[in-house]
Design a protein around this ligand. Sequence first.
Ligand code: BGC
Length: 776
Amino acid sequence: MGSFYGCARSTIGAARTWFYYKRIILISNSRVEAMKKMLILAIVTILSASFGCGSNSPVSDSERSIEQKVDSLLSVMTLQEKVGQLTLYTSDMDQTGAFLRPEYLEDVRSGNVGAIFNAYGAEYTRELQEMAVNETRLGIPLLFGYDVIHGHRTIFPVPLGQAASWDLDLIEASERVAAREASAEGLHWTFAPMVDISRDPRWGRIVEGAGEDTYLGSKISAARVRGFQGNDLGDVQTIAATMKHFAAYGAAKAGRDYHTVDMSDRELREIYLPPFKAGFDAGAATVMTSFNTLNGIPATANEYLFEDILRDEWGFDGFVVTDYTAIMELLFHGVARDEQHATELAMNAGIDMSMQDGFYQRNLADLVEEGKITEEQLDNAVANVLRVKYQLGLFEDPYRYSSTEREEAEIMKPENIETARDMARKSMVLLKNQNQVLPIKDDVETIAVIGPLADSQRDLIGSWSAAGDWSKSVSLLQGLKNKKPEINFIHAKGTGIDDGDTSGFDAAVNAARQADMVILALGEAYWMSGEAASRSEIDLPGAQQELAKEIHALGKPTVAVLMNGRPLTINWLDENIPAILETWFLGTTTGDAIADVLFGDYNPSGKLPVTFPKSVGQIPIHYDMKNTGRPFDANNKYTSKYLDISNEPLYVFGHGLSYTTFDYSPITLSSNKMATSDSLQVSVTVSNTGEYAGEEVVQLYLHDKVASIAPPARRLKGFQKINLQPGESKEVVFNVTNKDLSFYQKDMSYGSEPGEFMVFVGGSSKDTQSAEFVLE
Ligand code: BGC
């Protein structure tokens, strides 16, 4: 027998369902229609109430009652209504202002669509929801999705920038702000986090992820899911997260977007899947397919990914949505003969919802009728979607997210802007600071602010800037003026970002001549990273480097402030400009946050989440490469190297300077032996030996000296961000467990092998102390 409480709760739930639908039905246009709906409703209500009183399953009452409601609803749905729940359309327009699908409102009214994306705003979403609830037979509420990638209205740093903070609490808090703003505007669902690992900075979408490392990427994935979803999807201030893009999208050949991916199962599971698993463990409600093929099979038709791994191995019970028109693209991949075949392949791979191509809408019912897709398959997919709608509380109140009061109160409120500014400050990475050019000294009277990004606003919010308004972003020049009204700032653009125009050089040089120092704002335009924004060369575009050379020739103290969505090959800057601050695209508060750092009100603490190569020819280059059978030896030609460039990157993973200096003690181990059932404590004492208070990201790496599978040279397995006053020391202790020493062995089982290990601790992947221990 079910518990008394379970029974009581499901009865109350059923009663709520009754009142909710009764209200809707009573405003139906025709009486016959209303009577029909009342009959269906009565059946649904009785079934929901009775299930809760008779079951003995181990699932919780609330889960059980959702499953019952889903089943009850499914039992009264027509084939067409089911297909509708699996269809997602955009509400937006193309560049000419025409709706991409002018008939989409018709589809909402007729129940042909279960979810809409790119529609937001409390009033607009309410209007659409009213159509779905009042005008369709069953009144199933719509789900509203949107790409809330790095903030909704208040725009935060691009995800790669946020990753550079290595600050999981702050990343979670940032997504919480995004969720509050988005949910107040009627949104239920974000197409984030993007958790694709990428080791190829040519790929423009590297800006959307957490960089090259699986451990850091996994921690950030979980933090972002927690931030969006909180502990309860039913909380009206949270939204459902989407882990995307499943899977291995970041390994596109030659860094060209949407390109083919081929990789071993070992690499897939070791490097690319863990951030998805971490997001799943954190409770992510949905998953999006990737555009690429994986070992010959497009992800959107890939049963191995969705059925074997996601559902069977991990037990995922949310829903899977395709990426934009990805079922249609099965035709171009050359694996589907026609629309019907593509639909069948996607459905058989366990894909629940189709985005935008309408392939499910047009073909699924026929496939079921022809017996090519079973009703059970269809029902499972629909149940996956309905379950999330129930979890979001949409059946209890379909309008709960569309609140004009909340919209007014939440959007860009001062606390949101403050969190964004904090995130922006912590996302910057000080790449170089020769002779302590930074922070800017108090006696400076005139500063030339030069470069195409010096007074840009549009670029600052980066790609995927959701409902962000670029005109509300603070340019670097404005931020500097806000901070130091007493300083004379002379601005000259010098050149455009990529136009190669040198006609502004003279004015820029003149401005620099009059100044005590120069801030050079260089980098990429916002559209040069993100989707469909691969580059074959990743240097400063246009005439920016020439501009930097002209300014450098004046011999003034110069700081380069970089704004970009990927690692850049900036060897000349590194050799010649004394200070370089990587700021990515920092969002709404850019100028204020950069001014905080340049003038020393915030001491930079970011660390690179991705390697900066010296040359495109080195790509892929990442810190956890394997040694090869012929490790580099400068005196031996027949070792692994290039004839024309070094193997070393420009800036290593984990690199980032501070205005202060940190000293690391040698490592102390709790023992030099460890049993697999045991753990080992690795300690170092970190001291602030400089003059500024500052934060340091203390990083722990491990290396298996001999293993049956060639091990990486080192791999990140822990980090802690600590705050130290000048002269202060802190002991940092890491707990190493058997899991940290495990890998996919020859038979693909996951485990460790006894033997010697090295442990490294330091302030980057290169600058470390080391010690050794034995796993027994
Ligand atoms: C992108 C997705 C995005 C979707 C919806 C696609 O082109 O690959 O990441 O969520 O569009 O906007």
